[in-house]
Design a protein around this ligand. Structure first.
Ligand code: GLN
Length: 447
């Protein structure tokens, strides 16, 4: 009830929620009370959670913040959602986001932009802007987001909360609306590292319904959380501490590095030599996969259909013209171009080769260090409207988060300071594949 009241009191300003499911949330809370009284509590019994509107949840509107799915009610739960329910979580509703998870500012939503709770004139980051803002505004105890190129970590950083992108394959993508399938990964956002560890515990694990989910044991993330960082080797990639980095961000990072030194970690310089190619590589692979994934929105199988059309092709065209927003159309065009015959080798295939080099950079660095420490974003949250008309500038906000998705490994964003203007700054800890436990432990030591 307290969280529902908080949503009611704040969401006309923050705009984090697309759907609030008050009735079922109260029923689930009553059921949780019963289970707790009966001594049958699970990991998340009674914990009020909310979901990025990219997760299918049975009987609930699932829009992906797009007009094309404005009337789509899902007939089933995504695996991650089913797992939250199994652990007793109370689902409060569905969260605003950039349409089809394409964006870095949450301004690409058909439901209007999300505002940063720290400063309503600033963006919350994207694409899981609602997931980060809801935690920051205390509208939910934790949320789920997805991260294809930074969409959990960058908004977590801009909203002063903790966000974790697990290793590709760690959490099932079944029932999560696809953006770029070889990069998409589900992860938690929460107030602190321990809450993130709990949420990861609940959703991680092999799922036969997702062919890319990996059948490897899930450790007890809480067991090692308090083990500290003495002797841990932390790498600083020299390509990430560059000119364009905002001086306040740089300073906050330097204090964090000093704090780690004091806690007994060993700080080592490393190199990720192909970093420069990551953004270009990502925007070829992500748009190519998106153009293919979004072909399914044809006005027949899901969502809204244009009723002005005459004939089948006209119906496809009118439905897609009216249903998709500008950024989604831009990505479909870029991706279709990159995949078209005659260009495939020059763009998509080349990008896949570059991706392998980027992954190898990380594996080489992880032969020397346990964790890599970097900024999350080059600046703190920018103003609403500041970058909407400059897609290239917008794409560059993900320069420090994108390489992790290309490499397929795990990373976490956690608060490490404030700018003079009072906006949060984030720190990124990147871990070895499937070694979420070590970044959680290192994050907890810093907190
Ligand atoms: N901002 C990046 C993009 O627009 C990342 C999005 C994401 O991680 N879903 O593609």
């Amino acid at each position: 009830k307290a969280f529902l009241e908080r949503i009611e009191a704040t969401d006309d300003r923050v705009n984090a929620f697309i759907t609030v499911v008050e009735e079922s949330a109260l029923q689930e809370a009553e059921e949780a009370d019963r289970r707790i009284a009966a001594g049958q509590a699970e990991l998340l019994t009674g914990i009020p959670m909310a979901l990025k509107d990219i997760f299918n949840a049975e009987g609930v509107l699932t829009t992906c913040a797009s007009k094309i799915l404005a009337n789509y009610v899902s007939p089933y739960d995504a695996t991650a959602v089913a797992k939250l329910r199994e652990q007793g979580a109370v689902i409060l509703g569905k969260l605003n986001m950039d349409e089809f998870a394409m964006g870095s500012s949450n301004e690409n939503s058909a439901f209007g932009p999300v505002k940063n709770p720290w400063r309503l004139a600033a963006v919350p980051g994207g694409s899981s802007g609602g997931s980060a803002a809801a935690v920051a505004a205390r509208q939910a105890a934790g949320t789920l987001g997805t991260d294809t190129g930074g969409s959990i970590r960058q908004p977590a950083s801009h909203c002063g909360v903790v966000g974790l992108k697990p290793t590709y394959g760690r959490v099932s993508r079944y029932g999560v609306i696809a953006y770029a399938s070889s990069l998409d990964q589900v992860g938690p956002l929460a107030r602190d590292v321990e809450d993130c560890a709990l949420l990861l515990q609940a959703v991680a694990g092999y799922d036969p319904a997702d062919s890319t989910s990996v059948d490897t044991p899930v450790p007890d993330y809480l067991a090692s959380l308090r083990d500290g960082v003495r002797g841990l080797k932390i790498g600083l990639p020299k390509e990430y501490f560059i000119e364009g980095l905002d001086p306040e961000v740089k300073q906050a990072l330097e204090s964090a590095i000093a704090a780690y030194r004091e806690l007994g970690a060993e700080i080592v310089e490393v190199s990720l030599p192909h970093t420069d190619y990551a953004v270009a590589c990502y925007y070829l692979i992500a748009t190519a996969e998106a153009s293919s994934n979004l072909a399914r929105y044809d006005g027949v199988r899901y969502g809204v259909r244009s009723d002005e059309a005459q004939g089948l092709i006209d119906m496809y065209m009118k439905t897609r013209a009216a249903g998709f927003g500008d950024e989604v159309k831009r990505r479909i065009m870029l991706g279709t171009y990159a995949l078209s015959s005659g260009y495939y080798d020059a763009y998509y295939l080349k990008a896949q080769k570059v991706r392998t080099l980027i992954r190898q950079d990380f594996l080489d660095a992880f032969a020397k260090v346990d964790v890599i420490l970097t900024p999350v974003a080059p600046t703190a949250a920018f103003k609403l409207g500041e970058k909407v008309n400059d897609p290239l500038q917008m794409y560059l906000s993900d320069i420090f988060t994108i390489p992790v998705n290309l490499a397929g490994t795990c990373a976490m964003s956690l608060p490490c300071g404030l700018t003079d203007a009072g906006l949060p700054i984030g720190l990124q800890l990147i871990g070895k594949p499937f070694d979420e436990a070590t970044i959680l432990r290192a994050g907890h030591a810093f907190e």
